[in-house]
Every structure is written in structure tokens, then in C-alpha cells.
Design a protein around this ligand. Structure first.
Ligand SMILES: [Zn+2]
Ligand SMILES: [Zn+2]
Length: 355
């Protein structure tokens, strides 16, 4: 079956075409349908900010590396015992690309993100079909289209980020990075009762997008004095919750200075493997008592992401759609940053009446 894959390791931004990472459509075998498995005919698979990291060999260098973990589709077949969540052939679904096994020690200790068998069902979703364990699959609400449904996974990341902030109603919140995760985290934090809600982002289009969806303030960290602006917005106190969704080494250090005393700072992106954050323990952990944390994957977040899905404003994230045969072009457009999100149509599926 057709699958979008990394076919040559390298940076997708490399100006030299002979060494640039390459994306192509390859033919990979369809996995067997196990008794507890669900086969999904994939409708849409969105490109994630982490996909270019895969092209650079972050999780391995043996090509082809199949891509795609933000998907929606229609159930095509069910294993004999895939009955526990009530799924039926024809159901419109989305889900979690990781299966948490439930049997290993971390799973039993409430830390599914560290499941020791997490990769077992991590299969490429930018493909004609995708075979998952039934525990990974969630039926979409009737009023959510397949196109919007492929955003369930990034929404689950925003939910998990919110969990890690331990935000309280009324907390002052800043988010750094206006890509899809930053924008979704903004909408989720707004619904959490965030105040002084601020997006820190150098690209004007992304700042404007945040202002359309609930940000009260924006800071351009290049043109403005970020710390001074943050002090102005928060009456000199700083933000109670600071979220990084940029993954940028240039951006992450300054976030410690916009955080209030006692704040939580969530580094919620992927970072360059060898980057080290300079951290003055006396200033930031002793005197300011900051809590620094991060997000690897999103356990326990999907049911709540599904509840939020119909209520979030997602139209701006679903404007750019490319057919699977044009995947290479889709990735070029993703890298260009022309659209906040790029989606690949893996099959042309009639979506009934959902909008
Ligand atoms: Zn993703
Ligand atoms: Zn496990």
C-alpha cells in the first residue's frame, strides 16, 4: 500500500539538493489484522512539526521511514475480538499512534508515557490503510468532519501540556511558539481560565492568528524587549505558567525570565539532541522556585481531547490539503511555513454531512 516515507536522511531545509532529506511515496506491506486490531482506511494525515526531525534521523536512520501519526479515517475491518469499545465497520475515527500495553510496570504505575512496549503499534499513518489496536481508536463525534478529526492527536498534546502546567483558573499564562501546538495550547489554556494570555512569536501571521483565537497579548521577541513587555503585561510579576511550543534554542532560555516566582515552565516541544539549557540554580530554582517540566507523549489525554474537538476553532489549521501522490510537495509547503498546518488526503472518502 502507498505510504509516505522518508527516503533519504537529511534536513528538509538543506539548501543543497544533493544532501537534503527526501520524502517520497513508497509501497509498504499492510500489517496482518490481529484479533484485537482495527483496520482504518485513512482519510487525512496531517504533517507534524516533528516529522522533519524524523527526516533528520532522530529516531533511526534506516530508510524508508514511514510517516504520519495525526490521522482520521473510516473503520474498514475489525479483528474477531476487537469488540470492547463498540467500534463498527464504517465508523469515522481518529486516535493515538501509540498503544500503551497496560501490562508493563510503567503502565501499571500510571505512567503510560514510559510504556516499555510503546513502539509495538506505532505504524505510519500517511498511508492508504492503518492497522491499530482497538485501544488506540476513538470514534469521532457526528458533527466533527474527518478533515478536522485528524487534529485529535495534536489536540491531545495540547491537553497533555495543560495537564503538566497544573494551571489554576485565573493564572497568567504565556505561550512561546505559534505553530499548531502553540495555537492549540492557547485555545485549551483559554478554556482553562488563563489570564493575561500571551503568545510570544516572531512571525506576524502567527501572532495575528493567536489574537483571532483568544490571545490577549502578543510579543514579538525579535523586535520587542520580551522581558520588559512581559513585566508590563503582568504588572511586574511574570507569568504563573509558561509554555514553550517552539522547540527553539534561541527562545527557551528567556522564558525563565518571564516566569513569575513559583511558576511552572513546560518545555512542550522536541529539542535538538545536543542542546543544553544554561540554568542558574540559585536564581531560578532556589530564589524563584520554578518548576521545569516537559512532555514526551500524551497518555490519558485522548478522551478529553475528543471532548474538546468540536469546540475548538480549527479552520485555519485545515486549509492546505494535498493528495498522497503529492506528498513531496506537501512537505515542501510545510517547510516553507506558508500555512500553519498541511494535511495529506490519503483516500478520497465521502464524509456524509459532517462539516
Ligand atoms: Zn505530532
Ligand atoms: Zn506498557
Amino acid at each position: 500500500m502507498k505510504t509516505v516515507a522518508v527516503t533519504r536522511i537529511g534536513s528538509l531545509r538543506d539548501p543543497d539538493e544533493s544532501t537534503r532529506g527526501r520524502i517520497g511515496v513508497v509501497d509498504l506491506p499492510e500489517p496482518a489484522l490481529g484479533p484485537e486490531d482495527v483496520r482504518i482506511r485513512v482519510a487525512y494525515a496531517a504533517i507534524c512539526g516533528s516529522d522533519p526531525h524524523l527526516a533528520e534521523g532522530f529516531f533511526g536512520t534506516d530508510v524508508p521511514i514511514g510517516l504520519g501519526h495525526e490521522i482520521s479515517g473510516v473503520v474498514e475491518a475489525l479483528g474477531d475480538r476487537a469488540t470492547r469499545s463498540g467500534l463498527r465497520v464504517g465508523d469515522r475515527v481518529a486516535g493515538n499512534f501509540l498503544r500503551f500495553c497496560g501490562s508493563c510496570r510503567p503502565c501499571q504505575e500510571g505512567k503510560q508515557q514510559f510504556c516499555e512496549n510503546i513502539q509495538e503499534y506505532n505504524r505510519p499513518g500517511m498511508a492508504e490503510t492503518l492497522t491499530w489496536h482497538e485501544s488506540q481508536v476513538y470514534r469521532l463525534p457526528d458533527d466533527v468532519s474527518l478533515l478536522r478529526g485528524c487534529l485529535l492527536e495534536p489536540i491531545s498534546v495540547a491537553v497533555r501540556i495543560a495537564d503538566k502546567t497544573r494551571v489554576r483558573v485565573g493564572d497568567r499564562v504565556a505561550i512561546c511558539g505559534g505553530g499548531p501546538i502553540g495555537q492549540l495550547a492557547l485555545q485549551v489554556m483559554k478554556r482553562h481560565g488563563a489570564t493575561s494570555l500571551t503568545l510570544i512569536e516572531p512571525i506576524a501571521e502567527r501572532r495575528d492568528m493567536a489574537l483571532r483565537h483568544g490571545a490577549e497579548f502578543v510579543i514579538d521577541p525579535i523586535a520587542e524587549d520580551q522581558q520588559a513587555r512581559a513585566a508590563e503585561i503582568t504588572q511586574g510579576r511574570g507569568y504563573d505558567v509558561v509554555i514553550d511550543a517552539s522547540g527553539s534554542p534561541h527562545a527557551v532560555r528567556g522564558l525563565l525570565d518571564v516566569a513569575a516566582k513559583g511558576a511552572t515552565v513546560v518545555y512542550g516541544a522536541m529539542y535538538p539532541e545536543r542542546y543544553e539549557l544554561p540554568l542558574n540554580l540559585s536564581d531560578y530554582l532556589y530564589l524563584k522556585e520554578l518548576t521545569l517540566t516537559g512532555v514526551f507523549v500524551s497518555p490519558y489525554a485522548f478522551p478529553r481531547a475528543l471532548q474538546l474537538l468540536p469546540h475548538l476553532e480549527l479552520d485555519e489549521l485545515t486549509q492546505a490539503v494535498f493528495d498522497i501522490d503529492d506528498a513531496e510537495e506537501a512537505f515542501a509547503v510545510h517547510v516553507s511555513g506558508r500555512f500553519p498546518k498541511v494535511v495529506i488526503r490519503c483516500n478520497d472518502i465521502d464524509d456524509g454531512t459532517a462539516s
